[in-house]
Design a protein around this ligand. Sequence first.
Ligand SMILES: C[S@@+](CC[C@H](N)C(=O)[O-])C[C@H]1O[C@@H](n2cnc3c(N)ncnc32)[C@H](O)[C@@H]1O
Length: 208
Amino acid sequence: MRTVEAYNNWAESYDQVENPTRSLDEKVVRNLLTVLDGIDIIEAGCGTGKNSAWFSQKCRSLKSFDFSNEMLKIAKGKVKNNNTEFINHDVTEPWPFGNNSCDLVSINLILEHIENIDFIFEESYRILRDNGKLFVSELHPLKQKEGSVARFVDIKTEKEIRLVSYYHSKDNFTEAGELAGFSQIEMKDWYDDTNNDIPRLLSILLTK
Ligand SMILES: C[S@@+](CC[C@H](N)C(=O)[O-])C[C@H]1O[C@@H](n2cnc3c(N)ncnc32)[C@H](O)[C@@H]1O
């Protein structure tokens, strides 16, 4: 099943079923991205808007995009602030934003679906102002090595759907960041409360 169809099917149950990766990402964003007053944010692959809701309360403007209409519909229901715009767009196509037009790009739990991450880092660099930050939070490469992938039970067919996913190592992320031109690249491993063996998430903060 194509990724866009999978997310259109998953949308209805996405927020209802417990998902430790999503919950940890929510904590990480609220822990690391706190000073957002007066800034312009672009969020790629916003899904059902759990982070859009956080950003929109704090920033000057937010543009959140995703290619799943069904995920976007739910996100729109969560965020009513008039500083926020939701856009249907595929991250693998040139982004519909001007050069040097934002202060923060946030990309959460989407790069496992993207084969060519270089393009994503290049587009982020292009639209960021000087000193702007790209924040990436992703299922940890060690979790991926363990066989973990985004998956859900389709509520219509009751079958488990495993989404198409691509492995990216820490080195791949660093290379993509450097190739795009980012100067400072900080990575951090994040663990579940109950499991300290293998990190669940990798966060990356890059500075233009
Ligand atoms: C696991 S969800 C994460 C959503 C949100 N960022 C969060 O942290 O809750 C991944 C999202 O990426 C979107 N996505 C995957 N591939 C995409 C692409 N090529 N272009 C735009 N969105 C994409 C999906 O539609 C889905 O909403």
